[in-house]
Design a protein. Structure first.
Ligand SMILES: Cc1cc2nc3c(=O)[nH]c(=O)nc-3n(C[C@H](O)[C@H](O)[C@H](O)COP(=O)(O)OP(=O)(O)OC[C@H]3O[C@@H](n4cnc5c(N)ncnc54)[C@H](O)[C@@H]3O)c2cc1C
Ligand SMILES: Cc1cc2nc3c(=O)[nH]c(=O)nc-3n(C[C@H](O)[C@H](O)[C@H](O)COP(=O)(O)O)c2cc1C
Ligand code: FES
Lengths: 300, 328
């Protein structure tokens, strides 16, 4: 990605685009199941994308043959199936498209393009400390694949398989209440430890997930890094705690997108840039993110 | 058995004044990035041409997000001409674009005829562009004089550019005026090789709960299938009134849409919002157009342009008097 002194809004011509191997294709729904209140897991048969996509990358999904909703919607990789020909996403119902998606049944078709964006950086050396993954709400979805990769349990895209970390990854998972907490078993059964926090105390810690993080940052073994995804105020708080603790942090942003691959300039986020008048510049999250080193971002 | 000769492949080539294109499928400024974003998905060399995102004399930060919002069968945008300026465009994007094997139509926007002219000259000097499109129609930039709103303003920009640069000129006009044909006529008389019709229609999306506009900049420009009938009407009206090649644009996403614009009087088309929702659409439309023409036995795109006949119940469509008559 462009260095701090690059004058451009975009990766320079000699730098590969994150979606260099993207395809547009039709996928068949393999399965849809409810996993929490207003929250669903959708399995899509799509060998082209399943073979390429990496943890933290996303794809755009659209319902074919419709003008309304017109645009695709971005969804992160949840996990790739063991057969390697399917993958899943997890989503929460918030509006027009996600409401219609709940009607999808096995055999239905959706249009997809991806893989898109830059995924999480590769796992740290196996003997470094654990990776903490801090999720808010549906922001948990990128961390199943990320966690399994760190465990050396699955290989994704071109990155291949990594040596298993001596420190299993830990998910700190915040939700409004117990009924929104989705698929903790799917994480724990794969060796990812999970600590839940709920706003109303109906499950796990009563309070914010950042309270769990603050405690964990100062406990042993010392975390090697933090990955976070969720509502922006939460990610801003996570970034601040990590900075204070001197632990590197990456945030996966969910700025709304119209195309997903750099064509529309609608997904821009503020990235620090020393030579810009305001000290920051708008950058396309779909091309330069959605995973950013948190300290490079200007949060609201 | 006498072998039946294959029908000749239809002739897709078109001319926009001095600009010759291999086929009439172009992609619209601001909806195709700087083309390289599409390289993994579209064989760019098959397109009639690409129009990269508008460039301005100086870098512009653009408007605060949210910059786009979906609306029924369309979208509103207020990107605000976020770009790195014409120097960066010439140094960084033009060399890439010129190697694509397709026509490159650089799109520029300035605040005065002089700024337009200086940018056109700079782009011509840098080399690699086959034509210049003048964005005298962006609804998202406050401050500057809106040259595309009056025949005099449009003519001033076009003649300044014509004097400063020898590249073919496309004037991209706004639909947000009462009388597009008179602006198109002025642009043509000032030396535009073609007019691009249309840019977005101004619109507003609101959140009544927060009592605020949805877009960070308030008002935006509407595009997508929702505007196709409006754009077709304007293309048809201008084709009837002015003798200038037209590039049709607005809501195009299928080959039928392309053919509708052609028969209404467009010599070429630009695909815009559809590139976001269906990234491979532009390349597919070139193939679909050839196939649809072969199936219909149509030999050339040029033979289709402006062939729309009168409405069944009236002598002509589109003129206010005749439509009133047909209403009676
Ligand atoms: C890279 C990326 C990955 C994502 N991964 C997932 C995922 O794995 N699972 C998941 O459930 N969601 C994910 N999202 C968010 C998801 O794309 C949106 O929830 C979805 O687009 C909503 O579509 P809709 O038609 O249902 O809602 P709309 O009808 O489009 O919107 C309803 C309301 O929500 C607002 N809104 C829309 N999108 C967003 C957003 N991204 N952030 C905040 N407000 C928004 C709108 O302004 C509107 O007020 C991701 C987003 C990005 C950018
Ligand atoms: C997100 C977005 C950005 C645009 N940016 C520009 C631009 O920079 N310059 C320009 O001349 N037109 C711009 N347009 C207008 C399009 O080029 C086109 O004229 C318009 O969208 C209508 O066509 P469509 O309905 O096929 O999208 C933009 C449109 C959209 C949707
Ligand atoms: S979503 Fe279109 S540029 Fe990022």
């Amino acid at each position: 990605m462009s260095g701090p002194h690059a004058p451009a809004h975009e990766p320079l011509a000699h730098e590969p685009l994150p979606h260099a191997d993207a395809v547009q294709t039709i996928a068949t729904v393999g399965l849809q199941e409810r996993i929490a209140r207003d929250t669903f897991r959708l399995v899509l048969e799509c060998p082209e994308i399943a073979a390429r996509i990496e943890p933290g990358q996303f794809l755009m999904l659209r319902l074919p043959g419709r003008d309304d909703p017109l645009l695709g919607r971005p969804f992160a990789l949840y996990d790739v199936g063991s057969d390697g020909t399917s993958f899943s996403i997890g989503y929460v119902v918030i509006g027009k498209m996600t409401r219609l998606m709940t009607e999808l049944r096995a055999g239905d078709q959706v249009e997809l393009w991806g893989p898109l964006g830059n995924g999480f950086p590769k796992p740290p050396e196996s003997n470094a400390g654990p990776t903490l993954m801090v999720a808010g709400g549906i922001g948990q979805t990128p961390f199943l694949a990320a966690g399994r990769e760190i465990l050396g349990a699955a290989a994704y895209g071109e990155r291949g398989r990594f040596e298993a970390s001596a420190h299993p990854p830990e998910l700190l998972y915040g939700a409004r209440s117990a009924e929104y907490v989705a698929e903790v078993d799917r994480f724990t059964s794969r060796g990812i430890s999970v600590s839940v926090a709920t706003d109303d105390g109906s499950e796990g810690h009563h309070g914010y997930v950042t309270e769990l993080l603050e405690r964990r940052l100062h406990a042993d073994p010392r975390p090697a890094r933090v990955l976070t995804c969720g509502p922006e105020p939460m990610m801003a708080a996570v970034a601040k705690l990590c900075e204070a603790a001197g632990v590197p942090c990456w945030a996966s942003l969910e700025s709304p997108m119209a195309c997903g691959f750099g064509a529309c300039f609608s997904c821009v986020v503020r990235v620090k840039q020393s030579d810009a008048a305001e000290g920051w510049d708008y950058r396309r999250s779909c091309l330069e993110g959605p995973v950013f080193r948190a300290e490079t971002l200007v949060f609201d | 058995m006498t072998p039946t000769a294959d029908p000749p492949a239809p002739d897709l080539s078109v001319a926009l004044g001095r600009l010759r294109l291999a086929n009439p499928i172009l992609v619209a400024s601001g909806t195709f990035g700087y083309a390289r974003e599409f390289a993994p998905l579209v064989d760019l060399s098959t397109l009639g041409g690409v129009v990269p995102k508008t460039v301005t004399p100086q870098p512009r930060t653009g408007n605060p997000p949210p910059r786009t919002v979906e609306t029924p069968a369309g979208m509103l945008n207020s990107i605000g001409l976020d770009n790195d300026g014409v120097d960066h465009f010439c140094a960084h994007h033009l060399p890439y674009l010129s190697g694509l094997g397709t026509a490159v139509i650089a799109n520029v926007a300035g605040k005065s005829p002089d700024e337009f002219a200086a940018m056109a000259a700079q782009v011509e000097q840098a080399g690699g562009a086959d034509a210049i499109e003048l964005n005298v129609s962006c609804p998202n930039v406050s401050g500057g004089v809106d040259y595309g709103r009056t025949p005099e303003g449009a003519a001033a920009v076009v003649s300044a550019v014509r004097a400063a640069c020898d590249l073919p000129i496309l004037a991209k006009l706004t639909p947000n005026v009462t009388d597009v044909p008179s602006v198109a006529k002025a642009a043509a008389e000032a030396g535009a090789d073609a007019v691009t019709l249309v840019n977005t229609f101004t619109g507003l999306a609101v959140n009544w709960r927060t009592r605020r506009p949805v877009l960070g900049n308030g008002i935006g420009g509407l595009s997508g299938p929702a505007i196709k009938p409006l754009a077709l009407r304007i293309v048809y009206q201008v084709a009837q009134a002015v003798d200038v090649p037209i590039v049709g644009c607005g809501g195009i996403r299928t080959v039928d849409d392309v053919l509708e614009f052609l028969v209404c009087g467009a010599s070429a088309v630009q695909v815009g919002t559809a590139n976001f929702a269906d990234p491979t659409v532009s390349g597919r439309l070139v193939k679909d157009l050839a196939a649809a023409m072969s199936e219909e036995g149509v030999l050339s795109v040029r033979g289709l342009v402006g062939t729309l006949g009168p409405a069944k119940t009236a002598q002509a469509v589109g003129t206010p008097s005749s439509s009133r008559e047909s209403d009676r």
